[in-house]
Ligand binder design. Structure first.
Ligand SMILES: *Cc1c(COP(=O)(O)O)cnc(C)c1O
Length: 387
């Protein structure tokens, strides 16, 4: 099976992890800060906080922004459930904004219209989570301008997007958002096995997220409300969690980060080859905004259903039967049974639902060989009935 994505582990990665295993610290040592500083320097953010997953990063990001009961979080329906669940963790309510049919990202025009209505109804969101689907950044300038006007805070869910660029700068610099989140799951651009990171330019948000990832406990007298009993003293100042990243994971992250640009370059080269060859098939290839460089976490095609004599499901099944590990990113979150309990129905977000009826993620990962890519293309051609 040719997988839709997979990690690239080299000897340098293995050596880096082994070195930590034989060192004094398996957790809470020097490697996590080193990884954080390296990522922050790479993308141009002031603070970076490594955690055990992007899901945890989204959770502490929402808490740091003060999201809670009675508040609303809005995001795109075409995302992994974690982008929405972080609102529920905080006791907030979740709503969605339909996607732009060209980029498949949250549509700023739909957002503007929904905000206008929400203002009239007195239910404006406190937080908007902008998801950079497949690695292509959202229209952050437009979303930021709406945030200024309506007073919501912005989290970039950049789980797909580390190493990509927006308006000439690396995604993660926070010019148009409060907090940016990266994922280091093995299928993502770089990996720490499990892992995530929250980045911000705001000192207070960074300090809150630092507390929340480690039990809300501090040894810093400046953060305490009580005087220390003695040199052993620590104080719990918040209800936090254990969301820490280990030293082994951070060492892997530091080693992987060295190859970030090479990975993104390779992913874009593979995507360009798909673009060229698939242009003659009855599929819509991804549209890339000229303002940005995508991290190309995913390569999503849409089957032109009115031009083929086969269903979307049959194309998907035929590819799987041929050993092509295609996938579907994502089932619209509002159609998940868990989310229907909040009153969402089919038809609520028509562009997202149309996308879901046509989308297929083709295999794409940096170690993919030309022969593997040719096999995907041949199987797709056949599956569409164009052999
Ligand atoms: C992978 C992913 C997450 C969750 O990342 P984890 O590190 O697995 O918790 C969140 N949002 C999006 C868009 C993702 O793709």
């Amino acid at each position: 099976m040719i997988p839709y994505g997979r990690q690239d582990i080299r000897q340098a990665d293995i050596d880096a992890v082994l070195e930590v295993l034989q060192s004094d610290y398996l957790t809470q040592g020097p490697m996590v800060p080193r990884f954080e500083q390296a990522v922050a320097a790479k993308v141009g953010a002031r603070h970076a906080l490594a955690v055990n997953s992007a899901t945890s990063a989204l959770h502490i990001a929402c808490l740091a922004l003060g999201l809670g009961e009675g508040d609303w979080l809005w995001t795109s329906p075409i995302t992994f459930v974690a982008s929405a669940n972080c609102g529920l963790y905080c006791g907030a309510q979740v709503d969605f904004v339909d996607i732009d049919p060209r980029t498949y990202n949250l549509c700023p025009t739909a957002l503007a219209a929904k905000l206008e209505q929400a203002e009239r109804e007195g239910r404006l969101p406190k937080v908007v989570v902008a998801v950079h689907l497949c690695g292509q950044p959202c229209d952050m300038q437009a979303i930021h301008a709406l945030g200024q006007r309506y007073g919501f805070r912005i989290i970039e869910d950049a789980s797909h997007a580390i190493g990509g660029q927006y308006q000439g700068d690396y995604i993660g610099n926070g010019r148009y958002s409060d907090i940016i989140v990266f994922s280091f799951h093995p299928v993502k651009i770089i990996t720490t096995a499990e892992g995530g990171m929250a980045l911000t330019n705001d000192d207070a948000l960074a300090s809150r997220m630092d507390l929340l990832r480690s039990h809300g406990v501090t040894r810093d007298p400046a953060l305490m409300t009580h005087e220390a009993d003695g040199p052993w003293y620590y104080q719990q100042v918040e209800l936090g969690f254990n969301y820490r990243m280990t030293e082994l994971q951070a060492a892997l992250g530091v080693a992987q980060l060295e190859r970030l640009d090479a990975y993104v370059t390779k992913r874009n080269a593979l995507a360009a080859r798909y673009d060229d060859v698939l242009a003659t098939l009855p599929v819509t290839i991804p549209w890339q905004h000229p303002d940005s460089v995508s991290g190309r976490h995913l390569y999503v095609i849409r089957v032109m259903l009115d031009q083929v004599n086969v269903t979307h499901r049959a194309v998907f099944e035929r590819l799987r039967e041929q050993g092509i590990g295609v996938n579907l990113h994502y089932i619209p979150v509002h159609t998940q049974p868990y989310y229907r309990q909040f009153g969402f129905r089919d038809g609520d977000f028509p562009e997202a639902e149309r996308y879901y009826a046509e989308a297929i993620s083709l295999p794409l990962y940096p170690t993919m060989t030309p022969a593997q890519q040719d096999a995907v293309i041949a199987a797709l051609t056949q599956a569409l009935g164009h052999a």
